[in-house]
Design a protein around this ligand. Structure first.
Ligand SMILES: [Zn+2]
Length: 198
């Protein structure tokens, strides 16, 4: 009987805790690849998600960011302009939504690695999904993306670096060579630590 009572008490406490837990940050992920909403839509959308309880935005631009210089080819022809990025950030600020940019820095880089300019940076030649962390130019590509996105997000305190679902890892000859005395996970951690975290 006592055991049953304790079990019921624990379950009651668990249900109370979980039914009342509300995270401090409640972010809406905007995945903008291919079809960016017009500013006129965002003007209505941000107040709407705020009314639902959102406190911020995780913005994943991919090819909708107006990259420039050596990585300009990453931008699609219908990418936002710099002026439009400013408008989006102003609207976010007006609606008290914090903004965290999401930049893919390892996997999910099809939007860049599908292009002839960056295809040489693939881990596996047949697949544009994952970046090779050992090739010349990979770090430069990431550095340029991070620098440019953060240049237009001066008030953002956080950056999401992706790194999920790296389907091709440690498969090219350079990575295999580096992995001689290490587990496969080592090269993942090396890339995140030395290539991205800096
Ligand atoms: Zn490699």
């Amino acid at each position: 009987m006592i055991t049953q009572f304790i079990f019921a008490l624990i379950m009651t406490l668990v249900s109370i805790v979980y039914s009342t837990f509300i995270p401090t940050d409640r972010l809406v992920h905007l995945d903008l690849k291919g079809a960016p909403p017009k500013i006129s839509y965002i003007e209505q959308f941000f107040p709407f998600i705020k009314s639902l309880g959102a406190t911020g935005l995780l913005i994943e631009y991919e090819d909708m960011f107006p990259f420039w210089g050596p990585i300009k080819p990453l931008s699609a022809s219908n990418a936002y302009t710099r002026r439009e990025i400013e408008q989006i950030l102003t609207l976010a600020h007006d609606n008290e939504l914090k903004v965290i940019p999401l930049i893919q820095t390892f996997g999910h880089l099809e939007f860049g690695l599908k292009l002839p300019e960056f295809a040489k940076l693939r881990e596996v030649a047949q697949h544009p999904q994952a970046l090779c962390p050992s090739k010349n130019g990979s770090r430069e590509l990431i550095q340029n993306m991070v620098d440019q996105v953060m240049t237009l997000h001066k008030t953002s305190h956080w950056l999401h670096i992706g790194c999920d679902e790296v389907y091709q890892l440690g498969q090219c000859s350079s990575c295999i060579q580096r992995l001689r005395n290490h587990e496969q996970n080592w090269i993942f951690l090396q890339h995140v630590q030395s290539g991205v975290a800096e």
